[in-house]
Each structure stands twice: as C-alpha cells, then as structure tokens.
Design a protein. Sequence first.
Length: 89
Amino acid sequence: MFYYPNPNQKITLKQKMVLAVSILVAVTLLFLFGFTILVIAIAGGLITFLANLFQGKRKPTIRPAAKAPYPPFHQKRPHKMDDDDVIDI
C-alpha cells in the first residue's frame, strides 16, 4: 500500500489521511489496553484491601526463644580473673 517505485512521486492527501488515522487508531488501542490493565489492577487492590479490612483478627506469630547452641562460659563454672590471660591448649 505504501510502496512507491518512483521516489519523486508525491504522497496523495488520501494516503496522508489514511496514515494519520491508522496511527491514531493504534495509539488509541494502546491507550485503551493500558487503561484497562490499570483499572483491573486498581480493582484487584481494592478487593484485596477490603478483604483484609473485614477479616477477623489473627493471632500474632511469636516464635519461642531458641536455646543457644553453646551456652555462655559462666554457666558451666565460675569465671576467674586469672583465666583471662592464659590460653589453654
């Protein structure tokens, strides 16, 4: 439709109008597609928000305190100041 064997040939007004209308239709379709996705995302967020708002209260999840794998040194025997500077091998 837009192939011209002669490069000096002018584009007619009808062809310019068809080109402009086709570009406008393409941009309109892209806008409608993007707007539709936006509306769906907003509706999904609103539904999720309302479902969370009217949901019953949940119990808080509290983990029990874990025991240390290696208890502190002072629990096994009393700490002496003399032991601070000596490395036992």
